[in-house]
Write a protein that binds this ligand. Structure first.
Ligand SMILES: [Zn+2]
Length: 219
């Protein structure tokens, strides 16, 4: 299957992408991984991306599209893939269509993870990270530490990343609404969109997604 995963920040997209890719035996292609791999391998696209990032500028779509195209042409992706973070605007979606057309293949589904906006803010703004080890993650409501502000695992001080402040989350949501949400309409016109609720336990959401994908394949 060839799937695009979309959803606002805080929808648990990365986690779901990893589970779904594993269940479906297809590679999980995330924009974050593409950037990291191209930059660490020093590819031409990686060098170009680096130059923009070093200047604090946005990486142009053509660079991101180039990286995605290279990755989709690798042997493990020939029979399917799950895209996470790409396309992130209508221009990229059109470029993806063109790439797929040139390979005479099509997308099977665009899985849209839906989360109410206030829930997104609560999920992200409640995160607390340990200063000693960023893998020690807590949540004010969903996974509170035993003592406020102190890491259960190592006793380190817990803090909120700048990226996770309510103000930043609202800005990220705004960017999502204006840039990324229009691709849902773009794909809806192609009859590809499958929307599921991303609320609840991670395993329940994965199950819901698998069911919805199966139904869309049959329908
Ligand atoms: Zn810790």
């Amino acid at each position: 299957m060839r799937i695009v995963l979309v959803g606002p920040p805080g929808a648990g997209k990365g986690t779901q992408a990893a589970y779904l890719a594993k269940n479906l035996s297809i590679p999980h292609i995330s924009t974050g991984d593409l950037f990291r791999a191209n930059i660490s391998q020093g590819t031409d696209l990686g060098k170009r991306a680096r130059a923009f990032m070093d200047e604090g500028r946005l990486v142009p779509d053509e660079v991101t599209i180039g990286m995605a195209k290279d990755r989709m042409s690798q042997p493990d992706a020939l029979n399917g893939f799950l895209l996470d973070g790409f396309p992130r605007n209508v221009g990229q979606a059109e470029a993806l269509d063109e790439i797929l057309r040139s390979e005479s293949v099509e997308l099977d589904a665009v899985l849209d993870l839906e989360v109410p906006e206030d829930e997104v803010v609560k999920r992200i703004a409640g995160r607390r990270i340990c200063r000693n080890e960023s893998a020690h993650v807590f949540h004010e409501t969903y996974n509170p530490p035993k003592a406020e502000g102190v890491c259960d695992t190592c006793g380190g001080e817990l803090y909120q990343r700048d990226d996770d402040s309510e103000e930043t989350v609202r800005t990220r949501l705004e960017v999502y609404h204006t840039q990324t949400e229009p691709i849902i309409d773009y794909y809806r016109a192609q009859g590809l969109v499958v929307t599921i609720s991303a609320l609840g336990k991670v395993t329940d959401v994965t199950e819901r997604a698998m069911e919805a994908l199966k139904r869309s394949e049959e329908g």
